[in-house]
Design a protein around this ligand. Sequence first.
Ligand code: WT7
Length: 664
Amino acid sequence: MSSSSIDSVLTETRSFAPPEEFARAARVRSLAEYEELYAKAERDPEAFWAEVAGELQWAKPWTRVLDWSLPDAKWFIGGRLNASVSCVDRHAQGARKNKAAILFEGEPGDTRVITYGQLHREVCRAANALTALGVKPGEFVAIYMPMIPEAAIAMLACARIGAPHTVVFGGFSAEALRDRIDDCQAKAVITADGGWRRGAVIPLKDNVDAAIDGTTVSKVVVVRRCNNDIAWKDGRDVWWHDIIDAASAKHEALAHDSEHPLFSLYTSGTTGKPKGILHSTGGYLTNAAYTSKLVFDLRDDDVFWCTADIGWVTGHSYVVYGPLANGATVLMYEGAPNAPRSSAFTSGHATGIGLDRFWDIIERWGVTVFYTAPTAIRAFMKWGDQHPAAHDLSSLRLLGSVGEPINPEAWMWYRKTIGGDRCPIVDTWWQTETGAIMISPLPGATPTKPGSATRPLPGIAVDVVNKDGQPVPAGSGGFLVIKRPWPSMLRTIWGDHERFTKTYFGEIDGVYFAGDGARRDEDGYYWIMGRVDDVINVAGHRLSTMEVESALVSHPKVAEAAVVGRPDEMKGQAIVAFVTPRSGFVADEILGKELREHVVKEIGALARPEEIRFAEALPKTRSGKIMRRLLREVASGSKARGDTTTLEDQGVLEKLAQSFDKEE
Ligand code: WT7
């Protein structure tokens, strides 16, 4: 752990009170009410969480709320429930039967509305179909899909039959998909022939074909989306519509143990191998539902649009499980934020170039709550105010931000240009591991400061401490920790409980260490400063420098590689790779291009290095450790934009290394 990056302190003094009109109708209406709720949870955390969990539908009540033996937490012990019943059945069987659960817009412009009643039948059919294919409780199913309703239906169907899902983002490569399938020994993959992205087809089925030879996968279920040509293997591949049509719409959901794994989701840690973050059923759903209700203040007439892909935890908690557990209406959009609707769906009208697609969607569907990432907000800013200005955004009442620190400038733009100075902004801090939002304003209660995630949610005990676990004074930087277990805490890293213990509970004694640096100001507000480990955040996507390094050194022409993040105005961070080629290979543009493509093949386009800098040797300490801090400084000093390949001046690197060696 290094603390170098957390000393730079943002200073932002502006503060915005929750808009009065919003506060009047909100669930929590004032800072005093928030503080009361927070204090109540602190007085008796178990009673507090029991009350929250009570809002789910349990088939059998728990006998004990919490069993905590660091680092292992079990929640709602003995309780049994089915996540899909809490998210679907109880609404479908009540007053929300004909309420829209999912509003869908495909990138071309095709649309669908799925009511809770319909969602229930689809989930039941899919559950029956998966069972008929031989999927058993406890067996993993990989989901590799575009953002279409079938993705959510597939997740809920897996939950229903107790087969944990592992959703793999459609932007990951065949290699990355194979690694994940291998790790969890998935028995089936649910995919689509393709998905639309900026007018092109992402060849999902082709990637699956390339990924699964020699793995545990025996069935591939394919949703027809793009009608593109795909290869077919009889006996292994089945069409989603064939098995769904043949399946009954009646399915009796068995109740699963509260601790039954609901899903695993792979995320990057500090080593080359992504880790399968395992979440439980009862605890995870409790926090997903609770935070959706409190942070987004969801009401029955809301149209909630979280723009995250279901391949990320944000899509799990705030496209599927959280809002649906609350009986809310969610919007799902398949494609890119800068893709126009095709004239086939706009009665032949000119559709422009698509830079206003999100605002067009908000206007046409009447979106009321909008939740997106700072990288997207910065891109919208750059594209220009004329795009949102061309649309009526008055349906919006609340805005959210997630995934990376939001710079005050982007925050102010978001508030004014998208929110019309009328909508509160919730900057929400959390992680794949936390399962749900941990630090965030409550929109009707917490005055906001641009760039701060403000204060922890009731029930969540966070702190900023030094390496010894001692709280640091207000205003100083330190490590962000969570002091008490919470229901949606990850239960383990799949197949590697030791790594789980070491990573999260081995760094700072007795508490969960998140990997982020933070500062708490005099008002108790948290300012997240970013990762203090070798994890980088590129456009809100989490990557490990080591993961990209492993991809690079797996190339036959590479002797050694070191990857660092460089601050980037748009993406937060950009990937810079320092590479030493094996002798006999020329360090030139062509090799640079080859290496970039290799990384895309190994991981996916999201990991493509923006800059490749060839060096005869990498600077190392006397004990042989690569001097990453030095490389970070070298990388930050450069102004390169766009894919670039350069040759490092070895003399400069060596001279710098000498001066760093003295410090380190
Ligand atoms: C890391 C977790 C769970 C949301 C999607 C990302 C960074 C997340 C914020 C925020 C500053 C943030 C942290 C965290 N992060 N939200 N509001 N302000 N930083 O999930 O891929 O597991 O990444 O994202 O560094 O550790 P993830």
